[in-house]
Design a protein around this ligand. Structure first.
Ligand code: C2E
Ligand code: MG
Ligand code: MG
Ligand code: MG
Length: 284
C-alpha cells in the first residue's frame, strides 16, 4: 500500500500499482495543499425558470486551478477526495465560500438568487458540515432560504441513518435540499418519498445530445413522480433552446445548461446576469 507522510513527504509506490493509481495518489497529495494555496474556486451556472424565463438561482461548481496542469475537473478530483477525509475539508471550504458569495451579493440585483452547493454524501457522515451550516444560520439568520444543497444519490446512501439524520437536520434548519443526477443512480422509491427534499434534478444524460423529445416518455415519468411527491424539477444539460421548450411543455419548472450559460466565475456571472435581464426585458 502507498505510504505517504502528511505534509509533502515522499510518496512510495509499489510496482503493482497502475499508472492511473499512482497519478491519483500524486493528485491527492497536491489536492491536500490546494486549499491553503488558494487554488480552488467556485464557478456559477444559472438555473432558469422555464415558464417565466427569470433566473431563480445558480449552482456553485468547484474548479481546481493547478499551477502546472491548469484547470482540473471536479469529475476527476472529487472522486479522489472521496477516498479520504479530504472530501470533508473541501466541503467545508465549498460551504464557506458559497455563504461568502451569498453575502457578497446582498444589496445587489443578484440578491434574489439562491446559491446551490454540491455536497457528497460522504461529507454528511461525520456531522462537521451540518455543524458549520448550523453556525452559519445562527450567524446570518435568513441565509438558509437563499441556499440549497445538492446531494448526489449513490447506492444505498439514504438508508445510512447518519446521512438521513443529517438531511433531516439541514431541512429543519431551513436549508433547501435537492437530489442531483436523478435517474442514473440507485435511489429506491421508498426512500425517495421519505427524504426531506424539495427538488429533483434530472441527470443531463437524459437531455444533452438529445432533442428531449426522444426521451420524453422517460422524462415525463420522472417529472410526474417528482410532482406526486411535491418536489419541483430542474433539468440539467440544456444545450439548445428547443430542449428547454420541450421540457417546459412536459411541466418541468427549471432548467440549467450551456444554452443559458456555462459555469463562470462570480464577476462574469454578474455581467451575464445584467445582460440576460436586458434580453428578457426586450423580448417582452
Ligand atoms: P453536477 O452537480 O451534476 O453538475 C453539473 C455538471 O454538468 C457540471 O460539471 C456542469 O459544468 C455540467 N453541465 C452543465 N450544463 C451542461 C450542459 O449543458 N451540457 C453538458 N455536457 N454539461 C453541462 P462539472 O462542473 O464538471 O462538475 C461535475 C460534477 O462534480 C458535478 O456534477 C458534481 O457532482 C461534482 N462537483 C462539482 N462541484 C462540487 C463540489 O463543490 N462538491 C462536491 N462534492 N462535488 C462537486
Ligand atoms: Mg449539482
Ligand atoms: Mg453530481
Ligand atoms: Mg447533476
Amino acid at each position: 500500500h502507498a505510504k505517504r507522510e502528511q505534509t509533502g513527504g515522499p510518496i512510495w509506490f509499489e510496482s503493482w500499482m497502475s499508472e492511473e493509481y499512482r497519478e491519483s495518489v500524486v493528485l491527492e497529495a497536491e489536492l491536500r495543499e490546494a486549499i491553503a494555496r488558494n487554488e480552488l474556486q467556485l464557478f456559477y451556472q444559472p438555473q432558469v425558470n422555464l415558464k417565466t424565463k427569470t433566473v431563480d438561482g445558480c449552482e456553485a461548481l468547484l474548479r481546481w486551478f493547478h499551477p502546472e496542469r491548469g484547470m482540473i475537473s471536479p469529475a476527476v478530483f472529487i472522486p479522489i477526495a472521496e477516498r479520504s477525509m479530504l472530501i470533508e475539508e473541501i466541503g467545508m471550504w465549498v460551504v464557506q465560500e458559497s455563504v461568502n458569495q451569498v453575502r457578497r451579493w446582498e444589496g445587489t440585483p443578484l440578491e434574489s438568487l439562491r446559491v446551490s452547493a454540491n455536497l457528497s454524501v460522504k461529507e454528511l457522515v461525520s456531522g462537521r458540515i451540518v455543524e458549520l451550516l448550523t453556525n452559519v444560520r445562527d450567524l446570518y439568520p435568513g441565509i438558509e432560504q437563499r441556499m440549497e444543497l445538492e446531494i448526489t444519490e449513490s447506492f444505498g446512501v439514504f438508508s445510512d441513518t447518519r446521512v438521513f439524520d443529517a438531511l433531516q437536520t439541514l431541512h429543519r434548519l431551513g436549508y433547501r435540499l435537492a437530489i442531483d443526477d436523478f435517474g442514473t443512480g440507485y435511489s429506491s422509491l421508498s426512500y425517495l418519498s421519505r427524504l426531506p427534499i424539495q427538488r429533483l434534478k434530472i441527470d443531463r444524460s437524459f437531455i444533452s445530445g438529445t432533442d428531449a423529445c426522444s426521451n420524453a416518455p422517460l422524462i415525463e415519468t420522472i417529472i410526474r413522480l417528482a410532482h406526486t411527491l411535491k418536489y419541483d424539477v430542474v433539468a440539467e444539460g440544456i444545450e439548445q433552446a428547443e430542449q428547454g421548450e420541450n421540457l417546459r411543455k412536459l411541466d418541468c419548472e427549471y432548467g440549467q445548461g450551456f444554452y443559458y450559460s456555462r459555469p463562470i466565475p462570480a464577476d462574469e456571472f454578474e455581467i451575464w446576469y445584467d445582460r440576460y435581464q436586458e434580453d428578457i426585458k426586450q423580448s417582452g
